[in-house]
Design a protein around this ligand. Structure first.
Ligand SMILES: C[S@@+](CC[C@H](N)C(=O)[O-])C[C@H]1O[C@@H](n2cnc3c(N)ncnc32)[C@H](O)[C@@H]1O
Length: 213
């Protein structure tokens, strides 16, 4: 076990984060709910010590749920990469409200817009990427590909449970060690108008990838 702030305190901090004002379907914009993000980040730090004093990247940082939680847990520095300017504006307000000074946000496309000077720059990369639904199939793998380029040691990510075989095979093909740490129920509440049901639960795997040196 590694030193870590209390889970309840982390969740309370993440409950204060403002969400996407007009979520964009094409970018799969939904926040990682505080209950989920706090448990994920608490595990990353308390079980593996991969946040405190580390240089961390968050790919598709959105309004900052994972970025801010990482900052609260004592990362030495975090860079969030996000394509959408409106999400970044909300994220910057959230960071200011939480009085965190160890975070930068870079406005770019994670798929092909991250400068090569960041390759192998980060100790830890974490992300809740777009899952790649109808219009953008394969984007989850492209996010993973970028994460593997940026991290020196370890990547944490969420992927739909239905894609587990595919994700494990992909990581294995590159020589990385993949482990599913938990199966989570992701409550995609009625974020988008086309969701007729009030709450839509999807099964999601929480992964830890240890990278081939
Ligand atoms: C599921 S949301 C997660 C947001 C945030 N990380 C969180 O955990 O609450 C996915 C995020 O990826 C961003 N995104 C989608 N495609 C992207 C791309 N090609 N490059 C960078 N960001 C992208 C979206 O705008 C959105 O903020």
């Amino acid at each position: 076990m590694f030193p870590c702030l209390k889970l309840k305190y982390l969740e309370e901090r993440l409950q204060c984060i403002s969400e996407f004002e007009k979520p964009k379907i094409l970018l799969e914009q939904y926040i990682t709910p505080p209950h989920l993000s706090s448990h994920i980040l608490y595990t990353v730090q308390s079980q593996y010590g991969d946040i405190d004093s580390k240089i961390v990247a968050d790919l598709g940082s959105g309004c900052g749920a994972l970025t801010i939680g990482t900052g609260v847990l004592g990362a030495s520095f975090i860079i969030g990469f996000e394509i959408d300017r409106e999400a970044i504006d909300i994220c910057l307000e959230n960071i200011a409200e939480q009085e965190l000074t160890n975070i930068d946000i870079v406005n770019c496309d994670v798929i092909n817009g991250i400068p090569s000077r960041f390759y192998k720059f980060f100790d830890t990369v974490l992300m809740n990427p777009p899952f790649g639904t109808k219009h953008n199939a394969g984007i989850d793998i492209k996010f993973l590909e970028t994460a593997f380029k940026l991290s020196k040691n370890v990547v944490y990510s969420l992927h739909k449970t239905s894609t587990r075989k595919h994700i494990l095979k992909y990581a294995e093909s590159l020589g990385h060690k993949a482990e599913v740490l938990a199966e989570l129920k992701y409550d995609l509440s009625s974020t988008y108008k086309f969701h007729k049901k009030k709450s839509v639960d999807i099964q999601v795997d929480f992964y830890r990838f240890i990278l081939l040196k």
